[in-house]
Write a protein that binds this ligand. Structure first.
Ligand code: GLN
Length: 206
């Protein structure tokens, strides 16, 4: 059984937990989901999700609780991380906001709330690198990616990158945890060749 961690200090935690369970089930994998609100649990996790929510709050709490360095260690060990929306902002190398202490795990700079306050939320059929059919991407006050360093752009919307891969990290400006389509979880976790710990390959050995 795999252990999945959802960083649960704030944001759409239950949605992430349910989406991971569904994605694993669809692939015939057993998974236990831990909600991470304190340090000491991340080292037990095979894969991690950093949810959407409010990035300044998530940043403050993961640093305050000592979870931030554990997330870094997880990624440095080559284990997969999926960071969505506010999670992308926190995982980035530059969020252009003093209240966000970036983890620097995704080599991009981001602009918070980039798609306009009026048109807060929208769904778009996104063409994503490696997926055959467009992905129904839900954007909610989403960040856009401004500059891409040593990371691979997986999707763009309105000419701006909205999904990237940086080693074992997949980060999206949208919310794959809010749709029933588990293909992003596949790319991030279960068919992630870039992760040095390919989850689906270790699953059978446990
Ligand atoms: N606007 C939020 C922020 O900047 C992110 C929104 C989201 O995660 N849906 O933190």
């Amino acid at each position: 059984t795999l252990t999945a961690g959802v960083v649960a200090v704030q944001g759409d935690v239950a949605e992430h937990a349910a989406a991971i369970e569904r994605a694993a089930r669809e692939r015939g994998l057993a998974v236990d989901v831990l909600e991470i609100r304190e340090s000491g649990l991340v080292p037990d996790c095979d894969l991690l999700a950093l949810p959407g929510g409010e990035s300044t709050t998530i940043s403050r709490l993961i640093h305050g609780e000592g979870i931030a360095p554990e997330i870094r260690t997880h990624v440095e060990a080559g284990k997969p991380l999926l960071a969505t929306c506010a999670g992308l902002i926190v995982a980035s190398s530059d969020a252009d906001d003093d209240r966000v202490d970036e983890l620097g795990l995704v080599d991009v700079s981001v602009e918070r709330n980039a798609f306009g306050r009026q048109r807060d939320s929208f769904e778009a059929p996104l063409v994503i690198e490696g997926l055959e059919e467009p992905y129904p991407a839900v954007f909610i006050r989403a960040p856009a990616i401004d500059e891409v360093g040593d990371a691979e752009v997986l999707a763009t919307w309105e000419d701006r990158p909205v999904a990237v891969r940086d080693g074992p990290v997949v980060a999206t400006a949208f919310h794959p945890e809010l749709t029933a389509d588990s293909r992003i979880h596949g790319v991030a976790f279960f068919e992630n060749e870039a992760a040095s710990v390919p989850v689906s390959r270790t699953a059978g050995d446990r």
